[in-house]
Design a binder for this molecule. Structure first.
Ligand code: ZN
Length: 198
């Protein structure tokens, strides 16, 4: 016996998400039908659509936002100091530490010759303009301690050699290969405090 079409379609949809296999997708689909209220399902569907229609990348720093320029870039009280990160998730992690009162630059990727990702395919060129336009004094490179993260950090360091900004790399209390996304706040604070000039 096969599942009715609508149920099978929902199972297939859940399976598109990372980490969700056939059994979990089946469980989620059953739960949706058996346990969720109609209005909660409607809201969930709306949220899925909303995240695609309302969210974009900040035209200045590349972080996810629902405006043209994000709140952090617009904030006049932020210091002229940038933390350079791979993803918007890292911005949230550093904001939680409350240790950094500067701004961010989100690369939305890392340089990777293996995957054929060149500096022009990440949000890097605009960083050079920002140093000028926003009179940035310090750049803290906070890419992950992976091969791609280190290569990207070195590339940025070289590319910024002729600017006036001081360039540092966060210290790693994070283990080699460690991911900022999963680091706790204390580890991130230590990593920021332990940053070293490159
Ligand atoms: Zn921004």
């Amino acid at each position: 016996m096969k599942y009715p079409q609508a149920l099978q379609k929902l199972i297939d949809s859940f399976q598109m998400f990372p980490g969700i296999g056939p059994k979990t997708a089946e469980r989620l689909a059953f739960f949706t039908f058996l346990k969720l209220k109609d209005e909660d399902v409607a809201q969930f569907a709306k949220n899925l659509v909303g995240v695609k229609s309302d969210i974009k990348r900040c035209s200045n720093c590349g972080a996810l936002t629902d405006q043209d320029v994000c709140e952090i870039c617009k904030d006049p009280n932020r210091e002229p100091k940038l933390i350079v990160v791979e993803s918007s998730k890292n911005v949230i992690a550093f904001e939680k530490t409350k240790m950094h009162n500067g701004k961010y630059h989100v690369l939305n990727g890392l340089i990777s010759p293996l995957k054929g990702i060149s500096p022009d395919e990440i949000n890097f060129r605009s960083l050079l303009n920002r140093i000028q336009n926003e009179n940035i004094q310090e750049i803290i490179i906070a890419t992950n301690a992976t091969i791609e993260g280190e290569m990207t950090a070195l590339y940025i360091k070289k590319a910024l050699a002729s600017t006036q900004a001081k360039v540092s790399r966060i210290g790693y209390g994070l283990p080699a290969g460690g991911d900022i996304e999963y680091a706790d706040e204390i580890t991130l604070i230590k990593a920021l405090e332990g940053r070293k000039e490159m």
